[in-house]
Design a protein around this ligand. Structure first.
Ligand SMILES: [Zn+2]
Ligand SMILES: [Zn+2]
Length: 171
């Protein structure tokens, strides 16, 4: 790193500095890029720029913001100290607040979602003896899930078609 121009860096530059001494002195400002040097530089320079955020040690954990609603799996946006099944959306059978085998399946926490509908619990077919609250990751329910997804996609296509038709009619 270059030290100040005002020091004995030789020749014409020094002269220039002497002349301009009355006005603002030309001075290079040290730009500190590496935190580990901080103490040392603090002793040497009375004014320098930090090229990093000194509060950076409290850096946030990288948390993915992906909200992949129609992905079949729960994507874990892990952070130490948090329990995935309690702090992140989960299918009802994975609920940590209302254990599936010990509590009424119709119970749900605010992060439970319907395994079949892929929406937040309760869905419109949640309760009842064959309600979605009983859904778990087995073949029978997976089939229901698949069917429900197909129906959803079909409905979406119909909606889209209707919308574009309406647009054309409007013109
Ligand atoms: Zn839950
Ligand atoms: Zn459902």
């Amino acid at each position: 790193m270059k030290s100040g121009v005002s020091e004995k860096s030789g020749g014409s530059k020094t002269k220039l500095n002497v002349k301009k001494k009355q006005s603002t002195p030309i001075r290079s400002i040290f730009c500190l890029k590496n935190k580990s040097n901080l103490k040392e530089i603090e002793k040497r320079e009375d004014c320098f720029i930090l090229d990093f955020n000194p509060d950076d040690s409290l850096r946030k954990l990288p948390v993915s913001n992906k909200s992949n609603a129609d992905s079949a799996d729960i994507s874990i946006v892990a952070e130490t100290g948090q329990v995935a099944c309690r702090d992140f959306p989960h299918s009802r059978d994975n609920c940590a607040k209302y254990p599936f085998n010990k509590t009424n399946h119709e119970n749900y926490c605010r992060l439970c979602y319907c395994f079949v509908c892929d929406t937040a619990a309760p869905c419109y077919l949640w309760a009842g003896s064959s309600g979605h609250c009983h859904a778990m990751n087995n073949e029978a329910w997976k089939l229901q899930r698949k069917t429900s997804k197909m129906v959803r996609e079909m409905m979406q296509d119909i909606c889209k078609a209707d919308l574009s038709k309406a647009k054309r009619m409007g013109k």
